[in-house]
Design a protein around this ligand. Structure first.
Ligand code: NAP
Length: 455
């Protein structure tokens, strides 16, 4: 079987890769286990040195990686360079802090000695998505490796070039052979890997359907999972919001990565007195963004990553309009090649419409008018997802009360865009998954929290 990189800006094939045979994939897991037996005994300092060298490579070759991301996913090169830099940050963050996060905790039980220690689990299977083809992998792998695990990574089928480039970074950084391995296989072969007794944990970032499938198999095999799934992030615009500032943040939060981010803003819940002004500001802000060739430095928004994703977004827009939403901007598939879709704004979006009920993974905004703050919070929570959320208000205490106490989401921000940060935990509730990545919480997901008592 072949795996293909298709350039979403042109529809042309960039390169073809051979899928691994089942035997090759199995052998990668076995070698990863062999590597684990030594890697777990390597000190934190040596592991940290490897991660720091990986950070150096990411920075020095950021331009090459950005070009690869552009060719396989349509991500503009300026965003790809920033993504490589963020990966370097995560590597350095866990190099600097990993040992401290995993220091044994002494507990006074009256025994001669009693403490909790954090030991690596073994081979961790990482199933990764294409939308941040470098960042998703590094934010999962850097803490897992620092903790002493080894990682076998199955990347999304449309980014085999990125998958192999990442494996090469770890190799060049001096990680011992097989401590990080990329395996090129399709999603239909993930279950066989989960069944392999040598795989001790699974981390998946992707859709709800993929999460359910992996969790089902991992449950059957009694394996720990971390699931980072979709989101339908609400941005609440309250009556005392600084409207111009809110609209600017909302536009950028919707269009980030051409709208293809789990934490992109998706539903704009606006109190009625502000609705008309917010509509025109959002249309102005989003309408000012032009799509272009992702390989050009000046491009801020490229095509979507695949034609099927673009067509699905268009279906959501058209169906919502058919059900009564009003189209204020975009909404027309452009002529010509490539998976381009224009910035699109719909208003009067309501329950039952795809743009209200489903995750919209592309540059289309849904404005949902509400009576007041209470209804805004109710609508924000009226989703199966619970990843990110933001609230805009000049009353910071009230904004914080809503963010911390009312919104059912894993990441809640006041007056700013939801972002990931290696220092803060990242993850969701409800159908957005469970477990956390990044921070001290993330590094403890794939460890044996071991009680040690010496009488
Ligand atoms: P996807 O289809 O679920 O793919 C993600 C990964 O899972 C790919 O490697 C894919 O492999 C694999 N996969 C798909 N179905 C599988 C199955 N039944 N069993 C095992 N593995 C399976 O997701 P996507 O459409 O590429 O990515 C977009 C989705 O990911 C959105 O819902 C988005 O919100 C979510 N996402 C979440 C986060 C987060 O941190 N919460 C971050 C980014 C994206 P193949 O490519 O070979 O099919």
């Amino acid at each position: 079987m072949k795996m293909q990189s298709i350039n979403p800006a042109t529809g042309e094939m960039v390169k073809e890769y051979d899928e691994m045979t089942p035997q090759q994939a199995k052998s990668s897991v076995e070698k990863s286990q062999q590597a684990f037996l030594s890697w777990r005994k390597v000190g934190f300092r040596e592991r940290a040195d490897c991660l720091r060298r990986a950070a150096g490579i990411l920075r020095s070759k950021a331009g090459d990686y950005a070009r690869l991301m552009a060719l396989e996913t349509g991500k503009p090169v300026r965003d790809g360079r920033a993504e490589a830099e963020k990966c370097a940050w995560a590597c350095e963050y866990f190099a600097d802090n990993g040992e401290r996060f995993l220091l044994p905790e002494i507990i006074d039980t009256g025994a001669g000695k009693s403490y909790v220690t954090f030991m690596p689990l073994g081979v961790i299977l990482a199933v990764m998505p294409w939308n941040y083809p470098f960042w998703q992998v590094f934010r999962c792998a850097a803490p897992a490796l620092m903790a002493g695990n080894t990682v076998v990574m199955k990347h999304a089928s449309n980014v085999p070039g990125c998958a192999l480039a990442i494996e090469e970074i770890f190799r060049q950084a001096g990680f011992p052979d097989h401590v990080f391995r990329t395996i090129l296989i399709g999603s239909d072969r993930v279950d066989a890997l989960i069944e392999n007794p040598l795989v001790r944990g699974v981390s998946l970032t992707g859709s709800v359907a993929a999460g359910r499938s992996v969790a089902r198999k991992a449950g059957e095999m009694l394996k720990k999972t971390v699931l980072e799934l979709g989101g339908s992030d609400p941005y609440l615009v309250l009556s005392d919001a600084d409207l111009a500032a809110a609209a600017a943040v909302c536009a950028s939060a919707r269009l980030i990565n051409c709208g293809q981010s789990c934490i992109a803003a998706k539903r704009f819940i606006v109190v009625r007195p502000l609705k008309v002004s917010f509509e025109s500001m959002l249309v102005e802000q989003m309408g000012a963004v032009k799509t272009g060739d992702p390989l050009l430095d000046e491009t801020v928004m490229g095509p979507m990553a695949r034609l099927d994703l673009r067509d699905n977004l268009h279906r959501q827009v058209v169906k919502s309009v058919g059900m009564g939403a009003r189209l204020l901007l975009g909404g027309v598939v452009p002529e010509g090649r490539g998976a381009y879709y224009p910035p699109t704004v719909l208003t009067d979006v309501s329950r039952g419409m795809p743009m209200y009920d489903e995750e919209s993974f592309g540059p289309a905004a849904a404005i949902i008018p509400v009576k007041d703050e209470e209804e805004a919070v109710k609508v924000a929570n009226e989703t199966s997802f619970g990843l990110g959320a933001a609230v805009f208000t000049r009353d910071l205490a009230n904004g914080e009360r809503i963010a911390a106490g009312e919104l059912e989401a894993g990441l809640c921000f006041v007056n700013s865009q939801v972002k990931s940060d290696p220092r803060m935990p990242f993850g969701g509730v409800k159908d957005s998954g469970y477990g956390r990545e990044l921070s001290s919480f993330g590094i403890k997901e794939f460890v044996n929290i071991k009680t040690v008592v010496v009488a």
